[in-house]
Design a protein around this ligand. Structure first.
Ligand code: UT7
Length: 333
């Protein structure tokens, strides 16, 4: 049975840098609060005139293909993790296929598992590789969160956190070990703790198509930050431990943990709980904020480029977010 290996990584973030200082001019917040509570110093927000989820993903994908030494035509399947597709439907997978000029017949699958989306997508890719169905799968996470944020004092607990960007990985069939295991979980009892209500289908036709939308708040991100935080620190630790146990490995074996970049305090809590050194954990939330499904592939791509991931290293991915969903993956690089 073939193994799945990540043979190329790429990322793209929009050019516009949004600093904490800028946010403090449009809402009641300040750099000290944001840095102390989240670790974020700046994030990237799109320019709607130039950036789309699909074209950011295409830029990240081209970088991943180049680093893998592959052509777009080598890709035989696309898996696109996003909760912010360019259209309500179809999903962004087909738009990415078009952007890359890929063979019009290859399949494109969209995954909507928020912050855990990239690991869910990697897990799906791993299953298709193991069955022998596909050989080179493009796995992407891309998000535009900035346009769904309430950038006023009312929305300050989310507006300061989220950012835009895309990351991509080429997952290839190999005779050598790569993805050791993936572990996926969800608990829908907490669906409304972090969500956007509209444009939801469970509305009357009149509600879905009003003459005028008077209150746009249901189109913005709503998050019960304390509740998400409390669950995140427990689930992250649990799901990393689960992955280690499933492979008879211990936390000392981890060369690099790349957690979903939700909040620097969450990453630091996990690091402390698992007694990991600074060298064993990668964080870049300071520069990009929380980019949901894009955060892990962006972080992986940067960590690899900085030489933090070497051949044979044990890399652990872990995520928690809306749904609630949470997941982990262990990879022998
Ligand atoms: O991607 C996965 C999903 N997301 C997460 O994992 C996020 C998890 N949650 C968090 O990261 C944190 O809960 C937040 C960063 C969102 C909030 O931090 P907190 O330490 O939990 O703050 P809080 O919600 O308990 O609010 C404390 C105070 C409140 O004021 P009062 O009621 O004490 O007067 C808030 O109104 O901080 C206030 N506040 C702010 N103040 C300045 C909330 N947001 C801001 C802000 N600037 N941006």
């Amino acid at each position: 049975m073939p193994y799945s290996r990540i043979v190329g990584l790429g990322h793209y973030v929009p050019e516009r840098i949004v600093t904490n200082q800028y946010l403090s001019t449009v809402m009641d917040t300040n750099d000290d609060w944001i840095v102390e509570r989240t670790g974020i110093r700046e994030r990237r927000w799109i320019d709607p005139a130039t950036d789309t989820v699909a074209n950011m993903a295409a830029k990240a994908s081209r970088m991943a293909l180049e680093r893998a030494g592959l052509q777009p035509s080598d890709i035989d399947f696309i898996i696109f993790a996003t909760i912010t597709p360019d259209y309500f439907f179809p999903g962004s997978g087909v738009l990415l296929q078009r952007e890359l000029g890929l063979d019009g017949r290859i399949a494109a699958l969209d995954i909507r598992n928020a912050c855990s989306g990239f690991i869910y997508a990697l897990s799906v890719a791993d299953q298709f590789i193991k069955t022998g169905m596909y050989k080179n799968i493009l796995v992407v996470g891309g998000e535009i969160q900035s346009t769904a944020l309430d950038v006023t004092t009312r929305g300050r607990n989310t507006a300061v956190i989220f950012g835009d960007g895309a990351g991509a990985a080429i997952v290839q069939a190999s005779g050598r070990q790569g993805v050791l295991s993936t572990h996926l979980h969800s608990d829908g009892n907490f669906a409304e703790e972090l969500y956007i209500r509209d444009p939801g289908s469970s509305r009357s036709a009149a509600e879905r198509q009003p003459d005028q939308i008077l209150d746009t708040s249901t189109y913005k991100v709503v998050m019960n930050g304390n509740q998400v935080f409390k669950h995140a620190v427990v689930r992250f630790t649990e799901v990393i431990t689960e992955a280690l146990q499933a492979n008879s490995l211990s936390k000392e074996d981890i060369n690099l943990l790349v957690p979903h970049q939700a909040n620097l305090r969450i990453s630091q809590y996990i690091q402390e709980k698992l007694s990991l050194s600074n060298d064993q954990v990668y964080n870049n939330i300071m520069r990009y904020g929380n980019t949901t499904a894009a955060s892990i592939p962006i972080a992986l791509s940067e960590a690899w480029a900085e030489g933090r991931i070497r051949e044979n290293d044990l890399v652990c991915l872990a995520a928690f977010g809306s749904g609630f969903t949470w997941a982990s993956a262990l990879i022998r690089w």
